[in-house]
Design a protein around this ligand. Sequence first.
Ligand SMILES: Nc1nc2c(c(=O)[nH]1)N[C@H]1C(S)=C(S)[C@@H](COP(=O)(O)O)O[C@H]1N2
Ligand SMILES: [Mo]
Length: 206
Amino acid sequence: SLLSNTEKLTKKAQRGLSAKQAMAREYTEADRSPVFPANGNRDPNDADYQKMAKNGFADWKLEIGGLAEKPASFTLAELQQMPSRTQTTRHDCVEGWSAIGSWQGVRLADFLKRIGADTRAKYVWFGCAEGYSNTIDMATALHPQTQLTFKFADAILPRKYGYPMKCRMPTKLGFKNPKHIIALYVQNNDAGGYWENQGYNWFSGL
Ligand SMILES: Nc1nc2c(c(=O)[nH]1)N[C@H]1C(S)=C(S)[C@@H](COP(=O)(O)O)O[C@H]1N2
Ligand SMILES: [Mo]
């Protein structure tokens, strides 16, 4: 508990020290890494996910929960119709590799507005196929570079990178960027995450 209190302090201190919304560097298309690694789950070994895959993900729906006024679930088509932007940023994995890529998608902040999320809540939790998960703080959720992502390098997001949807947040290490997302909850409790629960630093970023 001493360690976890210290981490809480670190979280606050890091947030306090960095500029109000520190921006990750954005690169040009020419800077894209010729080979972009895929890491962790590439094709979720999960019955529901594989069932949806057989049907071209026509049945995929993002489940929304927690502190949101309009917590409807969304189909892929509905999400893809929202205004999108491109970011070309660097992804850093704790396993010792970095790569620059371009991702297209919807600002998570815009999406949270659309679902009437209570942005005074402390956290956003992501649930993924195969049980991967992440919790991020609201400041990161509202960060202008945090993106619900549907495309990589101008093409539909390949399954190994998180199809049908990942959340790209270039201000955080790779493991904080969830792939194959199936649920999003706005909440006040820190539900941790797959790697965080195994001792990876919770904050892991700017
Ligand atoms: N669902 C899910 N998301 C995940 C992972 C995973 O195993 N499952 N691995 C994480 C790690 S450690 C990294 S580095 C990135 C890799 O993303 P990429 O495959 O698009 O390069 O995804 C992160 N998100
Ligand atoms: Mo990673």
